[in-house]
Write a protein that binds this ligand. Structure first.
Ligand code: AMP
Length: 216
């Protein structure tokens, strides 16, 4: 598998969960720009502080900064045989930058749209919690941890409710998605490089469908 898998979908569509499963079960590295930016939180640099402020607002980090991060990460050895991008590209410029990068890396791009109805997204996002240690994602409505507020695998870790998963920030993120990222679906459609998967319903069914597309 020598390709770049692009998972496209609104915030809360389950891209992260599915990308993590592909990594666990198929060994395909999950490259999440959101996770990488969140990791910068601990750095005390002006750029890290700026990234932090933008993320909390629900808006997007600049295309060039994002590209540098993606470029550096995907140049590492584990990405040699392909990788899954979760949350990238998110703008037309990022999509163009990714074309160049994939060409340099001699990889084809395959996009998969994970579609979830709007009403469900808000519920999913505001109910989302994650483990600060392993990144496991829970949902207080649909996938609660065994003990309230604590990771099943790390009993010492209190689950995090992301600052941008509160209702008014979610509204900004969904609007940003509609305006800047959703048009990429048409872009990849024109290129004949996108398949659509229904992202509501049983997690394993959704995963099987995505895995089938990835491995074909
Ligand atoms: P996510 O975890 O994918 O929802 O990303 C969380 C936040 O990180 C977004 O709301 C943006 O502020 C930032 N971010 C993640 N990916 C990108 C990207 N491809 N371009 C710009 N900003 C991004």
């Amino acid at each position: 598998m020598d390709k770049v898998i692009v998972l496209i979908g609104a915030p809360g569509a389950g891209k992260g969960t599915q990308a993590r499963l592909l990594q666990e079960r198929r060994g395909i590295p999950q490259i999440s720009t959101g996770d990488m930016f969140r990791e910068m939180k601990t750095l005390e640099t002006p750029l890290a502080r700026e990234v932090q402020e933008i993320m909390v607002s629900g808006k997007l980090i600049s295309d060039d900064v994002t590209y540098q991060v993606v470029r550096e990460r995907t140049s590492r050895e584990d990405c040699e045989n392909g990788y899954v991008l979760d949350g990238y590209p998110r703008t037309a410029i990022q999509a163009a930058q990714l074309e160049e990068l994939a060409k340099e890396q001699a990889k084809d791009i395959q996009a998969i749209e994970v579609h979830v109805p709007r009403e469900e997204l808000m519920r999913r996002l505001t109910g989302r919690r994650s483990c600060p240690v392993c990144g496991e994602i829970y949902n207080i409505h649909s996938k609660p941890p065994k003990i309230d507020g604590v990771c099943d695998l790390h009993s010492e870790a209190e689950l995090i409710h992301r600052a941008d998963d509160f209702e008014e920030k979610v509204a900004v993120r969904l609007a940003t998605y509609d305006e800047l990222t959703k048009p990429l679906i048409d872009y990849y459609e024109t290129l004949g490089r996108i398949s659509k998967v229904e992202g509501s319903g049983d997690l394993e069914t959704i995963y099987s469908e995505i895995e089938r597309l990835v491995m074909k």
